[in-house]
Design a binder for this molecule. Structure first.
Ligand SMILES: [Zn+2]
Ligand SMILES: [Zn+2]
Length: 306
């Protein structure tokens, strides 16, 4: 460490820079060193207390996120993504943090980056024209190559969110199922209960038939409510523009018991929240859901707390 500080100082001395610049550069390097050694709590402290930049690139264009991904410190990656570190940053060799995680075969690091990322992260190529999956395959990290290949197929299947097909796929099966049940119900009423060419129903059978229609209609109403209801979404943390620049967003969460206990997996990089236990981020709804069980395609909604 002392040699490292000495090199920082001598480098700056050569460039004849002022004292403040030395301090700034030192902090920048500190975030890199914290990420290299997996010191998540320390990283959190210097960013929230001392306003250190969590996304500053070093001389080779590598950010702390690159280092955390290379070393496979998943908690550090979660924190850096939470702090808005740029996933798509390419270093001098054109490598993103995901490339680095793939080169080292860090499956957990790849999982965290892919879950917080988008399809583009998987198809970006480095200076040699290789994607993260190809790099993992080259280095013989079969499990990581398989995971990245599968993640790409899954994201490809989901279509582009802005196209008509993408929007339809996001709607899920609930609207189609609802329309089908309604169509069957109308057919039943028209062709069985009120059919003129069939023998007339007795009062008892008529009552039973209409009771069936009533129950099915009630079922449809409940199905609609189930599909549209908030399953327990957790409010997204929005940065207040009134807040001064020297008061980072994280100060709100500084005394959060989950972070003080080191439960970094409770950080959601997408919603910018420290989620409660048993809450998870749903990739389809793109929100964190309390007491998350699963996302049900049949009701096109999450199965959660509510
Ligand atoms: Zn979330
Ligand atoms: Zn969902």
């Amino acid at each position: 460490m002392s040699r490292w500080f000495a090199s920082v100082l001598s480098e700056r001395k050569k460039q004849n820079d002022g004292c403040i610049l030395i301090v700034n550069w030192t902090w920048l390097q500190t975030t890199h060193v914290a990420a290299q050694y997996g010191q998540t709590a320390f990283l959190y402290h210097i960013v929230s207390k001392w306003n250190a930049d969590p996304d500053a690139p070093d001389n080779d264009g590598r950010s702390p996120l690159h280092w955390a991904a290379y070393k496979g410190f998943a908690d550090c990656i979660r924190l850096l993504l939470f702090l808005d570190a740029y996933r798509g940053r390419q270093d001098k060799e054109g490598c993103t943090p995901l490339h680095w995680a793939a080169i080292r075969g860090n499956l957990e690091a790849c999982t965290v980056l892919v879950q917080a990322g988008k399809r583009e992260d998987l198809i970006v190529t480095d200076n040699t024209g290789l994607t993260p999956a190809q790099l993992a395959s080259d280095k013989n990290h079969r499990q990581v190559a398989f995971f990245l290949g599968n993640a790409r197929k899954l994201l490809d299947k989901r279509f582009d969110g802005n196209s008509t097909l993408g929007k339809l796929s996001k709607l899920g099966l609930a609207p189609a199922l609802w329309c089908l049940i309604l169509l069957l119900l109308v057919t039943y009423m028209h062709s069985v209960i009120m059919a003129s060419d069939l023998p007339k129903l007795t009062a008892g059978f008529g009552l039973l038939a209409w009771l069936g229609v009533f129950l099915a209609s009630g079922g449809l109403a409940l199905f609609y409510r189930c599909s549209r209801k908030d399953p327990g979404y957790i409010r997204i943390n929005v940065h207040d523009p009134q807040m001064k620049d020297d008061e980072p967003l994280l100060k709100i969460e500084i005394n959060n018991p989950a972070l003080l206990a080191g439960n970094w997996s409770q950080l959601c990089a997408t919603c910018k929240i420290v989620r409660p236990l048993r809450a998870k981020h749903c990739s389809t709804c793109d929100r964190c859901v309390e007491q998350f069980d699963h996302h049900c395609p049949w009701v096109s909604n999450c199965i959660g707390k509510v």
